[in-house]
Ligand binder design. Structure first.
Ligand code: NDP
Length: 443
């Protein structure tokens, strides 16, 4: 049995009941074998055994009181996975589906993603099974403050810098950073995705979605085409989805869909983003309301966006939202590329099918790395007490996404096959972390 397969089997056995973590290990570890074959010293140094074991896992109680006076208890997590190349960096997810398995899968992916950006950031992730949906601002504030009462002692500008993810946007980050400041007395920029008026970076809000489209633009360019006139499907209607749709539209594509966990909207004239922003960013409403604003648009509470014929698919909601059956429909409809905005959007079976059928598939750890890259730029601005213009950050983001594509596609060509962007992203992200772990000794 190869080194990577042995570590895969051992790690799965050692971490039972963690299906999402097993899925990401199964996707990543075997693809590293060609590099490990060339670099036997990795096995001797136990690189993989150390990589799959988080440096630290923090699990804590988060009690809070709702508006009626009832007491609730949620569970908080922070998994500090790997700090070889820099402080732990990765978002916090607040969603009822969050478990240790979810956080470990996201944290493990984050190690590779952060390395691909070329910036000095290690991998971490956190969150809670708290559901901010339908809660009052006071309840969300109470939860965030209680969450920080524990988390503050584990984070800091040079140790661990959290950010947003599903269910954590500017409002939640404001409440958490406020409490962090109160408890530590530090105004040190720990947390990215902050509002602009207290240390946030221009273009951070747009970064993941815009970055995804910049990455997909490179894929289309390799196929000698562009976004102009393309039919694009976007799933989700949150931060990543909105700004992916915005950039694709700016580049001349027609975005046909958006969705939330209740259903999806198809607008044959192209999704009107001002309407989506109004419903989702201002009113915190449901996407079904879209059809009240736009004639010709339809709302479906069954099925998925992937049934709509398209040229490019951009999943931007959550993990495993695109399965084998969805992949079959995309292939039948001659879709050119699937680029992930959400993390691990696509099931392992669907990835295999897309790859076999010649649909170019970009894994999130490469294609959605723009968010964390601009977070690292926010950290740089905070420590230098600087504030860069939008165009400057956006230009850096474009450069970073182009570099990631180049690195991933060249690595794919060297170690696997052209367009095997999974192998390219995994090996590309692994190399730097591995080299640094070798240099820093057995820790
Ligand atoms: P948001 O909370 O802003 O939006 C999430 C969207 O996805 C909402 O429309 C939500 O619908 C939908 N959604 C969430 N869970 C489910 C589900 N189980 N089934 C169907 N729809 C669902 O999150 P983000 O846009 O920030 O994150 C989206 C994805 O992008 C996540 O996978 C995240 O890890 C990834 N990502 C985010 C980055 C960022 O910078 N924000 C960076 C890199 C990756 P509803 O409102 O009904 O729940």
């Amino acid at each position: 049995m190869s080194y990577s397969m042995k570590v895969l089997e051992d790690t799965k056995a050692k971490n039972p009941g963690q299906p999402e973590f097993h899925q990401t290990l199964t996707e990543i570890l075997p693809t590293l074998q060609p590099y490990l074959d060339e670099h036997r010293e990795c096995e001797k140094a136990g690189i993989l055994e150390r990589l799959v074991e988080p440096e630290r896992q923090i699990i804590f109680r988060v009690p809070w009181v709702d508006d009626s006076g009832a007491v609730h208890v949620n569970r908080g997590y922070r998994v500090q996975f790997n700090s070889a190349i820099g402080p732990y960096k990765g978002g916090l997810r607040f969603h009822p589906s969050v478990t240790l398995s979810t956080i470990k899968f996201l944290g493990f992916e984050q190690i590779f993603k952060n390395s691909l950006t070329g910036l000095p950031i290690g991998g971490g992730k956190g969150g809670s099974d708290f559901d901010p949906k339908g809660k009052s601002d006071r309840e969300v504030m109470g939860f965030c403050q209680s969450f920080m009462n524990e988390l503050y002692r584990h984070i800091g500008a040079d140790t661990d810098v959290p950010a947003g993810d599903i269910g954590v946007g500017a409002r939640e980050i404001g409440y958490m950073y406020g409490q962090y400041k109160r408890l530590t007395g530090l105004v040190d920029g720990t947390y990215t995705g902050k509002s602009l008026c207290y240390g946030g970076s221009l273009a951070r809000k747009e970064a993941t979605g815009y970055g995804l489209v910049y990455f997909a633009e490179q894929i289309l360019s390799s196929l000698k085409t562009t976004f102009q006139g393309k039919r694009v499907l976007v799933s989700g209607a949150g931060n990543v989805a909105i700004y992916a749709a915005e950039k694709a539209t700016q580049l001349g594509a027609k975005v046909l869909t958006v969705s939330d966990s209740s259903g999806y909207v198809l607008d044959p004239d192209g999704i009107d983003l001002e309407t989506v922003k109004l419903i989702k960013e201002k009113q915190r409403g449901r996407i079904s309301e879209y059809v009240k604003h736009r004639k010709g648009a339809e709302y479906f509470d069954k099925g998925s966006v992937w049934q709509v014929p398209c040229d490019v698919a951009l999943p931007c909601a959550t993990q495993n939202e695109l399965n084998e059956d969805d992949a079959k429909v995309l292939i039948k409809n001659n879709c050119l590329a699937v680029a992930e905005g959400s993390n691990m959007s696509t099931t392992l079976e669907a990835v295999e099918l897309l790859h076999k059928s010649g649909v170019i598939y970009a894994p999130g750890k490469a294609s959605n790395a723009g968010g964390v890259a601009v977070s690292a730029l926010e950290m740089a601005q905070n420590s230098g007490r600087l504030f860069w213009p939008f165009e400057e950050v956006d230009k850096k983001l474009q450069g970073i996404m182009q570099n990631i594509y180049k690195q991933v596609s060249e690595t794919a060509e060297h170690y696997a096959t052209k367009n095997d962007l999974v192998a390219g992203a995994n090996i590309g992200g692994f190399v730097k972390v591995c080299e640094v772990m070798m240099l820093q000794g057995i820790i």
